[in-house]
Design a protein around this ligand. Structure first.
Ligand code: GDP
Ligand code: CA
Length: 346
């Protein structure tokens, strides 16, 4: 069984960890030996102190590799800040972006490999040899489910944010420095038109038995990946059943500031508002049984005939088990739909 997913940072990483736990514990041998491919957003990537930083890829890698700072959701546990305090003593910033010492080791090695000419996808593979040897996630066993991380593209694509005060800033500056306090009027994916999907991305999305959209930020994580030329078509026409999980419960983002992103693009902060962004892709959309249970059994507005059914399930990943159950519910929905005939364009 081959399962593909599109992921941003924390929401995507926790969902993927749940998916791998669900698969490892399944009585079904096909699930127990499944291959998971995660296509990860690189629109948040940036360069600081000459180092290339890939926040969402690192969050997924550290989470699946058992190294993440659990409460924070990103970065390394047992982290220290010696290097950044030395940089601050020189008066060089930015002081708003955390670069821990252990994490810096990853950034230094990544930058070295990129300078040697390796494409990002090969760099990710090299870094994952440490955290996911043989594709086996932390706590997993050989013969169990495996996971492979792919950047959405080997080409640089950076999300820039247009602000109501007239400025345009890098996504990290808006999100981390300004905490989205200045409203945005829109986003640009700088470089996306010339970007190609990384090797294996389109195949993973077309050929999978199931494609899952975790509850990652719908605009600046999932939306960014969908903006890479060919990705949207691969999902729409490739034949794999597509199941999405709402990041919005009862009109609110579970954590973070996804509402600020949705209002910037004129979308409603609601489970159906998010579904509407993916209406052409979805076979099933999962909403929270508690907060949005009234939507159960309805259809996503604008979905293709016979597609876009709405199912209510518990969507809060309040524990690793809850995340595993959520991922299992998403996979069940996809497998119940099964593959469709591929449309010729894909
Ligand atoms: P980031 O790159 O670290 O910002 O993370 P992502 O893009 O992967 O995900 C952030 C999104 O995950 C936010 O919009 C949250 O609403 C959503 N999210 C976080 N935890 C949960 C959860 O337990 N359940 C659901 N349904 N969504 C969640
Ligand atoms: Ca992110």
């Amino acid at each position: 069984m081959h399962i593909s997913a599109i992921a941003g940072g924390v929401g995507g990483a926790r969902f993927l960890r749940g998916l791998l736990a669900h698969l490892a514990a399944s009585p079904d041998p096909d699930r127990r030996s499944a291959r998971v491919t995660a296509v990860v957003n690189t629109g948040d990537d940036t360069t600081m102190h000459g180092l290339r930083i890939t926040p969402d890829l690192d969050t997924v890698m550290y989470t699946l590799g058992g190294a993440v700072h659990e409460e924070q959701g990103w970065g390394r546990r047992d982290e220290s800040r010696v290097v950044s305090s030395e940089l601050a003593a020189y008066g060089t910033g930015p002081d708003w972006f955390t670069l821990g010492d252990r994490d810096l080791g990853t950034h230094v090695f990544r930058t070295q490999l990129l300078r040697e000419g390796l494409p990002l996808s090969a760099v990710v593979e090299r870094l994952c040899q440490r955290w996911l040897p043989g594709g086996v996630p932390a706590g997993g066993l050989p013969g169990g489910p495996t996971v492979r991380l792919l950047p959405m593209s080997d080409d640089d694509v950076e999300t820039h944010v247009h602000l109501t005060d007239g400025r345009t800033v890098h996504f990290q500056e808006w999100w981390v420095r300004l905490r989205a306090s200045v409203p945005a009027t829109g986003f640009s994916q700088v470089g996306v038109d010339a970007a190609s999907p990384a090797p294996g991305v389109l195949e993973a999305l077309r050929d999978a038995d199931a494609v899952l959209l975790p509850p990652s930020n719908p605009v600046v994580s999932i939306g960014t990946v969908l903006g890479v030329p060919g990705v949207r078509e691969a999902l729409r026409d490739g034949g794999a059943p597509v199941v999405g999980v709402s990041p919005i419960l009862g009109g609110k983002a579970v954590r973070g500031m996804a509402d600020a992103c949705l209002s910037a693009i004129g979308a409603e902060t609601s489970a159906l508002g998010v579904a509407g962004l993916h209406a052409d892709l979805l076979d099933t959309w999962l909403v929270d049984d508690d907060a949005d249970g009234a939507l159960h059994g309805t259809s996503v507005p604008g979905a293709a005939p016979g597609r876009g059914r709405v199912l209510a399930r518990p969507l809060l990943m309040s524990s690793p088990q809850a995340a595993a159950d959520l991922a299992g519910a998403a996979l069940d929905a996809a497998l119940a739909t099964g593959r469709r005939p591929r449309r010729s364009a894909a």
